[in-house]
Design a protein around this ligand. Structure first.
Ligand code: GLY
Length: 492
């Protein structure tokens, strides 16, 4: 019998129409805002795209990835562009860098402006040294033209976006406050075309996770699992970028929430009896995925591993079953905590009343991160705390990247976890208000266990949600796939 193909997928065509629709969405929202606040509906949105950078003082150019707001509006993959939108007419203008003749020798053909206009479906294209003159010429009014610049806080990083700057900007009136919340809100709900790209990123990443699951063996290195994932998503999905640095944690490392960084570079050897926690997602045409699978590296769950894994899986499934427009995300986090605490109590790791545990915030000892975050062009897509939405202050809840109610079109991760983190368990055992719940004798066995996270990407529909992630989740499914049973299971 012929062996199955290595992938059932191929990279889809990217419709540039997607970014045209994003621009229309912004212009409509901006016009509505200006009209409501009795301001004139004119001026230009202007964004500066990402800049090419070299590594420190060397001439080694880092692989460029476009700035996300610019990518959202213009879909341009090259560095050093600007983009403008005329608020009155909706016309879009790209400004390309004027490249030196030797570019053609070292980096390839210099694309004519007409090519860029057609490729990126914009109305006009000029060079970046023509921005001030072009916008003045385009402006119909008698006044100095207004520019809406992007300036605002990213509530995940605490960094501010960089407002456009160019020669001659002083000849314009500038507005630094209007654009950011409106454009950010546009990114929160996804169009059909955006969903299709996020779905592809999920499909190829799901397939790659299954490939990793199948090839994982005791004695391998964590980075070999990372390498299998990267190869699959690039080879069969054309995904040159990942949404984030791969977290390939096994054994105790799986309790390090953002393992895999330069100081902990996925380099441990997989030992018999280790759990793995693999958080990896590919990006396709800027849109990403964020998926975590946890499984035993030897392919068979022990009873302790099943206890923790099923606690997290039940939390994951309970949240997904409750998600629809209007669902409060803080309540979903608490639901996940409650399901996990109940399972830990049933497994004799915890003692006492679960309501009492909830009120003392015991859940945050085992799940210190938030339940999930918006996903799109950024892994932690912005918009979590717009519209005066408050960040909760209680432990665990304060790590939530949004506390908003769900709305149709949002894409959000559901990623409950249960970890045995010495840096949290140690102090918890010394704190009498919460140590009374912890069965120290039983919990000792979990020293060095690490943790379990199960993460899927969901989009919210008009009456529920759809899970975009297609990986084996039940313990029997994982064991079967690791033993070579096909995935997805053959339809009868
Ligand atoms: N899954 C990686 C992150 O959310 O940071």
């Amino acid at each position: 019998m012929a062996s199955p193909p290595p992938s059932l997928l191929s990279p889809p065509q990217v419709p540039m129409e997607l970014h045209k629709l994003n621009r229309e969405k912004l212009v409509n929202a901006l016009r509505e805002h200006l009209t409501k606040s009795s301001r004139s509906v004119e001026g230009f949105v202007i964004l500066q795209g990402g800049e090419e950078r070299t590594r420190y003082c060397t001439d080694h150019a880092e692989l460029f990835r476009q700035e996300s707001y610019f990518a959202y509006l213009f879909g341009v993959k090259e560095p050093d562009f600007y983009g403008a939108i005329d608020v009155a007419t909706g016309e879009s203008i790209l400004f390309a860098p004027r490249l030196p003749a030797e570019y053609a020798v070292w980096l390839g053909e210099i694309k004519p402006l007409a090519y860029l206009k057609e490729t990126y479906m914009v109305d006009k294209v000029f060079y970046t040294d023509e921005i001030a003159r072009t916008l003045h010429d385009q402006h119909q009014g008698s006044d100095r033209p207004s520019l809406f610049l992007l300036h605002g806080l990213n509530t995940d990083s605490n960094n501010f976006s960089k407002p456009a700057d160019f020669e001659g900007i002083e000849k314009f009136k500038t507005d630094m406050t209007t654009l950011h919340p409106i454009l950010t809100e546009c990114r929160v709900s996804k169009s059909e075309m955006e969903l299709a790209l996020i779905q592809f990123a999920n499909d190829i990443s799901s397939e790659a996770h299954v490939k990793v699951m199948r090839e994982t063996k005791v004695g391998m290195k964590e980075y070999q699992l990372e390498s299998i994932f990267l190869h699959h998503t690039y080879m069969y999905g054309g995904c040159r970028h990942c949404s984030y640095t791969c977290i390939c944690a096994t054994g105790d490392n799986s309790s390090v929430l953002h393992y895999g960084h330069a100081a902990a570079p996925n380099d441990k050897t997989l030992n018999d009896g280790d759990m793995s926690l693999l958080d990896m997602g590919a990006e396709y045409h800027f849109y990403g995925s964020d998926i975590t699978c946890s499984f035993p590296v030897n392919g068979r769950f022990t009873s302790d591993q099943s206890l923790i894994y099923n606690a997290v899986l039940d939390a994951h499934n309970a949240v997904i079953a409750s998600m629809k427009p209007g669902t409060n995300w803080v309540n979903m986090h608490k639901l996940a905590e409650r399901v996990i605490l109940e399972a830990l109590k049933k497994g004799s790791l915890l003692l006492g009343d679960v309501d009492d545990m909830m009120s003392k915030r015991l859940g945050a000892v085992f799940m210190p991160h938030g339940l999930g975050h918006f996903l799109g062009i950024d892994t932690h897509d912005p918009g979590g705390y717009l519209k005066g939405v408050e960040r909760p202050t209680d432990s665990g809840l304060k790590s939530l990247r949004t506390s908003r109610e769900l709305e149709e079109g949002m894409v959000i991760t559901v990623e409950p976890g249960c970890y045995f983190i010495d840096a949290l368990l140690g102090p918890a055992m010394k704190n009498p208000t919460i140590s009374k719940f912890i069965n120290c004798e039983e919990i000792k066995r979990f020293e060095g266990f690490g943790g379990v996270r199960i993460e899927s990407d969901l989009y919210v529909t008009s009456d529920g949600c759809v899970n975009m992630t297609k990986v084996p989740r039940e313990t029997h499914e994982i064991e079967a796939v690791m033993a070579g049973v096909p995935w997805p299971p053959p339809t009868k």
